[in-house]
Design a protein around this ligand. Structure first.
Ligand code: NAD
Ligand code: 022
Ligand code: ZN
Length: 375
């Protein structure tokens, strides 16, 4: 079939709107009509050419929501008409990783997903004779896409696509890091570094679990009101405190009962390796845990003194919020529909596919929290 897509033909160039050919689903795959997609950082990381593993030409996008229009042979868990969210972290429930219960990083289709092809090693997208790459197993910058059955989460039918698409990456990443990765407990003192599309979701996750102190750190003062809107209790602009950030945060978290100071949990939501160090070192001696969510440039390294870890601080990483997509994403959709979490105010811009390049400009200018394309 012919579908409408925004194609990244070459690194560093704007996406091009064009018709592309999409082959139907093979065994174990589903054809999904996308109704909305968010535009996230990693799409821009790849589009710009900064991603050394980026493949071109490619259909980017990994934060979608839509409807199954056809199920290939052997598909049993979803059917035509089901509403779904594509998963860049699939959940096969059979691989050693899924069975371990220790990680959400399913390995069933990992190799082919990284190579920009479907599990059978081929692409469903083409323009004439030229094949296009899939992206993070999703390719949501097209009005139809093909996905492995294990890479879709079936969701309730009354959930609005133009909002719950954000659960396909940002919302789950932020809230999941709090609940699944850090397992934050009520009353905890927490610091969130970077108040963008991820950090604000960490903040609302901390509010949800009843954290006691929620300190937000950002160099952009406009983000203070944003943080407060979702439960932040204190704001720190590192450029305006007149001293080093780490001792400032350690002092801020000190109490009469415990003069050592330091956070119970910190979250790095920027992708800056210096900030990752500050996030670890702002943790409380003996038990503080720091979760790295931000994706740093390739080849970058993190550093700290071993003393920081020997004295009981913990460094962790979190991918897709530690969420098992087919199991956890439908629950997060329910939380949204029940009013337990917010999404609407974070979607600052919507646009038709034809204007998708504007979403990248808004991201660069720091003007958007999330832009969503509505098909
Ligand atoms: P964003 O651009 O919306 O937000 C980043 C925020 O950090 C901005 O508010 C910016 O002002 C602030 N900032 C920049 N430099 C800073 C500094 N030195 N100190 C303090 N604040 C600073 O980005 P986002 O969408 O929130 O994404 C954040 C990171 O999370 C990205 O690296 C993204 O790739 C990553 N991410 C990771 C996962 C995962 O599964 N691990 C999933 C999604 C996104
Ligand atoms: C999503 N991300 C950033 C912004 N939006 C993001 C990027 C990378 C990961 C998670 C979220 C990530 C963490 C760990 C891995 N990835 C490796 C997973 C594995 O090896 O099993 C990651 C993922 C997908 C892809 C690349 C890296 C891909 O499909 N190309 C989950
Ligand atoms: Zn993303």
């Amino acid at each position: 079939m012919q579908v409408r897509a925004a194609v990244a033909l070459q690194a560093g160039k704007p996406l091009e709107l064009t018709e592309v050919t999409l082959d139907g689903p093979k065994a174990g795959e589903v054809l999904v009509e996308l109704k909305a997609t968010g535009i996230c950082h990693t799409d821009e990381f790849t589009r710009s050419g900064a991603d050394p593993e980026g493949l071109f030409p490619v259909i980017l996008g990994h934060e979608g929501a839509g409807v199954v229009v056809e199920a290939g042979p052997g598909v049993t868990s979803v059917h035509k008409g089901d509403h779904v969210i594509p998963l860049y972290t699939p959940e096969c429930r059979q691989c050693p990783s899924c069975l371990s219960r220790k990680t959400n990083l399913c390995t069933a289709i990992r190799a082919t997903q990284g190579q920009g092809v479907m599990p059978d090693g081929t692409s469903r997208f083409s323009i004439g004779r030229e094949k296009l790459h899939h992206y993070m197993g999703c390719s949501t910058f097209a009005n139809f896409t093909v996905l492995p059955e294990i890479a879709v989460a079936k969701i309730r039918e009354d959930a609005p696509f133009d909002k719950v698409c954000y659960i396909g990456c940002g919302v789950t990443t932020g809230i999941g890091a709090v609940i699944n990765t850090a397992k934050v407990t009520p009353g905890a003192k927490c610091v969130v570094f970077g108040l963008g599309g991820i950090g604000l979701n960490v903040i609302q996750g901390l509010r949800l679990v009843g954290a006691g102190m929620i300190i937000g750190v950002d160099v952009n003062n406009a983000r203070k009101q944003w943080g407060e809107r979702f439960g932040m209790t204190h704001f720190v602009n590192p450029n305006e405190i007149g001293r080093d950030l780490v001792p400032y945060l350690v002092d801020l978290t000190k109490s009469a009962a415990d003069a050592i100071g330091g956070a119970d949990y910190t979250f790095e939501c920027v992708g800056n390796v210096k900030l990752m160090r500050a996030a670890l070192e702002s943790c409380h001696r003996g038990w503080g845990e720091s979760v790295i969510i931000g994706v740093a440039g390739s080849g970058e390294e993190i550093a700290t003194r071993p003393f920081q870890l020997v004295t009981g601080r913990v460094w962790r990483g979190s991918a897709f919020g530690g969420a098992r997509g087919r199991t956890d994403v439908p629950k997060i959709v329910d939380w949204y529909m029940d009013g337990k979490i917010e999404i609407d105010p974070m979607i600052t811009h919507t646009m038709p596919l034809a204007d998708i390049n504007k979403a990248f400009d808004l991201m660069h200018e720091g003007k958007s929290i999330r832009s969503v394309v509505i098909y």
